[in-house]
Design a protein around this ligand. Structure first.
Ligand SMILES: Cc1cc2nc3c(=O)[nH]c(=O)nc-3n(C[C@H](O)[C@H](O)[C@H](O)COP(=O)(O)OP(=O)(O)OC[C@H]3O[C@@H](n4cnc5c(N)ncnc54)[C@H](O)[C@@H]3O)c2cc1C
Ligand code: SF4
Length: 289
């Protein structure tokens, strides 16, 4: 709003709605209210022990002051940091549909390498959402038509020819909670974020990984990338390549290659391919030790 990207007639403060609790689901998971602050979620003992990559992702985002105010719902719904989107004097299909995408030929070093379209090459900036994507989180939504649940993997969209829609949320719907399922493998997980400076900076590439190894073999694995696409990117091909394979650095490299084969880097962001590969391989290797 300060940048003039949004100019609403009416602003509704949702912070006092009763969605500020983290509750057990009964099936061994956690239901996180949309109003739970990023700092409180990262500090929750259940999150730190059962889903440590989520706590790490939260703590890698923004700054202490911002995390004390930022909510689960708001962090999911934050919009891209593409410089053209944030500059209301420039064309941008996401801000002004049909006006064009100057980032494609212009400044796109930090933007997407997977799943982009000719209409938009932006990335989604949330760290928290990457961990949620790896852990099969479900978003709980209410609106005039009632309540519904959306898998986090289906909540954010790829840009296609309608990049103005970041998510599948309708205009009159509110996120009330995010549910994490019981997921034993998540107890052994990490979030690694590569950025231009050590804090207060968005991911160039990030990865949330959970890994279970037994007898030198990968028994279970969950992988999601941040900073590479218009949505948190679940690495299904890499997971598929790893399940049942030897837990070696070579196998981790092959799994990364299987996922990144679909990447289409732009003129100036090809460096993200190697960065994503190395970040994933190193994180898997650390978890396998
Ligand atoms: C300098 C700076 C650095 C940052 N670095 C990072 C970073 O490294 N990683 C990272 O992940 N984030 C980063 N952030 C972003 C920050 O985490 C977000 O601004 C914050 O999470 C937004 O949360 P909020 O609750 O304040 O949401 P708001 O800003 O209040 O809302 C964001 C959007 O979500 C909508 N919304 C809010 N709640 C709901 C709901 N319950 N249902 C439906 N819609 C809702 C609002 O209408 C709005 O459109 C950074 C921000 C700044 C300013
Ligand atoms: S990449 Fe997306 S957000 Fe950035 S200028 Fe193009 S349309 Fe706008």
């Amino acid at each position: 709003m300060r940048l003039g990207v949004e100019t609403p007639d009416v602003l509704i403060d949702v912070r006092r709605l009763p969605y500020d609790r983290i509750e057990e689901t009964g099936e061994g998971g956690l239901r996180i209210g949309a109003g739970v602050r990023n700092s409180d979620l990262a500090a929750d003992r259940r999150v730190r022990t059962r889903y440590p990559a989520l706590a790490e992702a939260l703590l890698s985002g923004a700054s202490g002051q911002l995390r004390n105010l930022a909510t689960t719902g708001g962090n999911l719904l934050q919009r891209t940091r593409c410089a053209y989107f944030q500059d209301a004097t420039k064309p941008c299909n996401k801000r002004a549909p049909g006006s064009g995408c100057p980032a494609r030929e212009g400044e796109h070093r930090n933007l997407a390498i997977i799943g982009h379209s000719e209409h938009c090459v932006a990335t989604h900036p949330s760290d928290m959402a990457v961990a949620f994507a790896a852990f099969d989180a479900v978003v709980h939504v209410v609106g005039p038509a009632g309540a519904r649940k959306v898998r986090l993997l289906d909540f954010h969209r790829l840009p296609g020819d309608t990049p103005q829609h970041d998510t599948v949320l309708e205009r009159d719907e509110l996120v009330v909670a995010v549910e994490l399922p019981a997921l034993p493998v998540a107890a052994r997980s990490r979030y690694r974020k590569v950025r231009e400076r050590a804090s207060f900076s968005f991911a160039l590439v990030s990865v949330a990984v959970a890994l279970e190894v037994a007898d030198g073999e990968v028994r279970d694995v969950r992988i999601a990338f941040g900073g590479v696409a218009h949505k948190p990117w679940r690495a299904h091909a890499a997971e598929e390549a790893l399940r049942g394979s030897a837990a070696t650095v070579e196998a981790f490299g092959r799994a990364a290659d299987a996922e990144l084969a679909q990447a289409e880097p732009l003129r100036d962001n090809g460096y993200k391919l190697e960065l994503a590969r190395n970040t994933l391989v190193r994180t898997l290797a650390e978890l396998a030790e």
